[in-house]
Design a protein. Structure first.
Length: 673
């Protein structure tokens, strides 16, 4: 008699299927439409191949294109495999390594055949065509479980040294799976955890594009061989691909590095690798943001402080940061080099017993030291300490990216020291403050809770309490729902605390993780912070780490791209340029400029002997919001002709007084309106 397995479906119904049945069989039993639409299955919560047999009774959810996140992960993984097969078909002797899915596509790393040289972008069109041929062949993707030594020997026999090395490092207690593309012995095969789609024909041949190539070291180690990495973007259908390519084109136009140069905001150069040279225009934006944030923290009951850049390494060891982040910290010997020549000064000897100082990568320990000065009573809590804190982190050269990833950055950093009973209310207040600020800049956002990582400080009871406090605060703020994209990210918290994260969505739909608040009971313990409670005894405060901008550098980079350089008037470094049509209007242009400046507005005057259309183009490229045009007629009538950046409207004629009042209103920061 045939053994049966019970398969529970999402609606609670149960199907009995013969032993050896697969999720595909269940889909076909329900109906041919579902069998055709199904891409993979979630069996007892694990995503699996559609045609992998059940191993007993199970809960089943079939994955279709409607399950977009899972479906995209699957197709991107499969496109990576098809890429690897295409490359080896076209270039025999090429070795394969890794090929994961990414946020918008996939990549695969290759060791080119001897004498072949690295791949270039000129190779991509031909590789794309071979990929489409493989997709059109609709080859089945077949999962096989192999013995570890069998896998190793297979790759050795086929000249795949990288895969042969890697397989021996996989956990011994896990099955090793190989995926074959096709049914014949000579078909392509790769080591892979899976899962995969049933066949290559499930992929849309017009829903992917190979985008670029780069170098990458084997396993990310510079001492290992250099590989050739091919990137691609992949989607469920050609419509999604087209939309993505439009977004990429728009993102290229908004690139903050390009606009930063056109607007004369900042520059970077090798002499200060990873640090920003702010120009007057760029630092004006910085100052406006700084003033805005100071008003916000003043309203929120914070006290601003300033702490040292250098602190003894012993302090960082006690806090736990040295053990976790030493390789990303800059350290200097606490000595006076005894040198008598220029040559000795270039490379002074450092004594073996020299004390070391570290440049701070974060502000937290210094804020604890400020809190610890004197005796603090429970009546003084909460104490909210804020700092525009300049920090340094030794980021790898290859990871640096304009303003988005730098080595020197300034955080809008604050730490709230409070009692256990005050935690939820303080997090709630921060949620409301962050909400107001992000909306002032035109962002929508999602809120996520990052929970305890595998390696962490503190007891499970402490983590249980801290995580629940955050849930309670978000609920009190009305943000634990779909409107705010509420989600819990398991294992992604800091080593000392869970954290709430704010993921902002910009004008073209990209998301940026920016603000955070973390509930920390570890650092006060490690650094011996305490207050005197109502019972007269010493107690540990809870320390809330929080930031809203994250860093000024990255937030400004985001704003440049969010606004495409067209800053709102209150943020624009140059709010208006007064430009003359004829030299007869020079004196009047100076008067207009002087009146704007007297009203506290940021303007410049352009008296160059150039045609007005040339001036309009140049100042539009510099993203000046308002161009105030004056000629002989305007000088005689006391008027101006106003042109707005990016507006299709014709220039508007108004009196000088009307211009000043209009600009004063538009240039008022949103928190002061």
């Amino acid at each position: 008699m045939t053994e049966m397995v019970k398969i529970e479906l999402p609606d609670g119904s149960v199907k009995e299927m013969p032993e050896g049945a697969t999720p595909y069989d269940v889909a076909a039993d329900i109906g041919p439409g579902l069998a055709k639409a199904a891409m993979a299955a979630r069996v007892d919560g694990e995503v699996r191949d559609l045609k992998r047999p059940f191993e007993g009774d199970a809960k089943l959810a079939l994955i279709t294109k409607r399950d977009e996140a899972d479906a995209l992960e699957l197709v991107r993984h499969d496109f990576a495999h098809v890429l690897a097969e295409a490359v080896q078909n076209m270039y025999p002797g090429t070795q394969i390594t890794f090929g994961p899915a990414t946020d918008d596509g996939f990549y695969y790393d290759f060791a080119p055949a001897p004498g072949r040289g690295m791949f270039t972008e000129e190779d991509l069109p031909a590789i794309e065509e071979e990929m489409r041929r493989i997709i059109a062949a609709d080859k089945p993707l077949i999962r096989e479980v192999w013995d570890r030594e069998q896998v190793r020997q297979f790759f050795i026999d086929n000249g795949e040294a990288f895969k042969a090395e890697w397989v021996m490092e996989l956990p011994e207690d896990e099955p090793i799976t190989m995926y074959k593309t096709g049914t014949g012995e000579a078909d392509w095969i790769d080591l892979c955890r899976g899962p995969h789609l049933p066949s290559t024909g499930y992929l849309d041949p017009k829903a992917f594009k190979l985008t670029r190539v780069s170098g990458a070291y084997w396993r990310g180690d510079q001492s290992n061989p250099m590989l050739s990495r091919i990137y691609g973007t992949a989607w469920l259908d050609r419509k999604q691909l087209k939309q993505h390519l439009v977004r990429l084109e728009e993102a290229a136009k908004r690139d903050h590095r390009k606009l930063g140069a056109e607007m004369d905001l900042f520059h970077l150069q090798q002499e200060a690798h990873g640090s920003v040279f702010w120009h007057p225009n760029g630092f004006r934006v910085w100052r406006e943001l700084e003033a805005y944030m100071r008003r916000a923290i003043d309203d929120g009951g914070y006290n601003e402080i300033k702490t040292p850049q250098l602190m003894d390494v012993k302090q960082w060891t006690q806090s736990g940061h040295w053990g976790k982040y030493a390789e990303n910290m800059f350290a200097v010997p606490d000595i006076v080099p005894n040198v008598e020549s220029e040559e000795e000064a270039a490379s002074p000897d450092i004594a073996d017993d020299a004390d070391w100082m570290a440049i701070k990568p974060m502000n937290c320990p210094a804020h604890v030291l400020v809190f610890k000065q004197g005796i603090t009573s429970y009546r003084e809590l909460p104490i909210r300490l804020y700092e525009n804190g300049c920090c340094h982190r030794n980021e790898p050269h290859g990871a640096l990216h304009g303003l988005m990833r730098v080595r020197q950055f300034t955080q809008d950093d604050a730490h709230i020291f409070c009692t256990e009973d005050q935690v939820v209310e303080e997090i709630h207040k921060f949620c409301r403050l962050a909400d107001r600020i992000y909306k002032d800049f035109g962002y929508t956002y999602h809120v996520k809770l990052a929970t305890r990582p595998e390696k962490r400080f503190g007891s499970d009871e402490m983590w249980d309490k801290a995580e629940q406090e955050m849930r309670d605060a978000v609920k009190a703020a009305g943000m634990d729902n779909d409107e705010y994209g509420w989600e819990e990210l398991e294992g992604e918290g800091a080593f000392y605390a869970p954290k709430l994260e704010w993921h902002l969505t910009d004008a073209i739909g990209r998301t940026w993780q920016v603000g955070t608040i973390q509930s920390d009971r570890v650092l006060p313990e490690r650094l011996d912070a305490s207050y005197i409670g109502e019972d007269g005894e010493r107690h540990r405060p809870v320390m809330l780490h929080r930031a809203i901008f994250g860093s000024y550098e990255r937030f400004i980079g985001m704003l440049i791209e969010h606004y495409a350089g067209k800053m709102p008037l209150w943020l624009a470094p140059r709010q208006a340029v007064v430009a003359t049509i004829v030299s007869d209007a020079d004196d009047y242009a100076k008067q207009v400029h002087a009146k704007l400046e007297a009203a506290g507005l940021r303007s410049e005057v352009d008296l160059r002997n150039e045609k007005i259309n040339y001036k309009v183009r140049e100042h539009s490229l510099g993203k000046v919001p308002l161009l105030v045009v004056v000629g002989k007629r305007e000088a005689e009538e006391g008027t101006v002709a106003l042109r707005r950046l990016g507006s299709d409207e014709h220039q508007k004629i108004m009196t000088l007084d009307e211009l000043v009042e209009m600009m004063k209103d538009e240039a008022t920061p949103p928190d002061l309106k």
